[in-house]
Ligand binder design. Sequence first.
Ligand code: 1GP
Length: 248
Amino acid sequence: MTKMILRKLEDFKKQQKKSFALLIDPDNIDEVQCLELIHLAKQAGVDFLFVGGSLITGNNLGMVVEIAKAHSEIPIILFPGSSLHIDSEADAILFLSLISGRNPDFLIGQHILAAPILKKSSLEILPTGYMLVDTGRQTTVSFISNTTPIPYDKPTVAACIAMAGEMLGLKLIYMDGGSGAEKPISPQMIQAVSKSIEVPLIVGGGINSPEKALSALRAGADVIVVGNAIEKDFLLVEKIAKTVQEYM
Ligand code: 1GP
């Protein structure tokens, strides 16, 4: 696949076209399930596959990428938790700098380790400002990254962080409430961030119904990410895709 994913996201934003990324956590799926989910995603017209997680304990990353590649044309974007989570068979990687935190390892450290490997790969690099939002309980990613998430009710703080990320040249902003969050990021916060930046805004964490997907889109998310809820109910993939595709 040519390196056109960022361009596609930017064009979608200009056209006010929303998109849907299905997140597959390699630890939570086996080969048979993966094949079934990829077929459903293809049928539903999912725009992007995010593959990864903050902590990967098994050996399934390669399997998920291989199955997705063999059975669909959906762009495969790595969503790594560290520099260990690289698979050069994917199409792109979210090169995440955890800009809501103050841990240098996740701001720049892991990136230095990954850079020479990525340079040799054909992966499209997507420089992304990653912002963790407190949605009620500590998440694996905030524990592992040893960073404090943005308070749930502080949209202005989130907006300032996103603006700074954009000014530093990051091409995407990803606001995440963490996988399986009890509640998604508030529409007020999504709106405040969306109004403050020009780059595409990705929103995920706790979106477990078409209604919640719609609320995030209305607030200004350009891409919504759903993982956990679809792991529990594969048929939700079609319902969420329909909501995104019919969004006006
Ligand atoms: C998590 O944003 C993603 O990092 C998706 O969250 O698994 O809650 O859908 P869910």
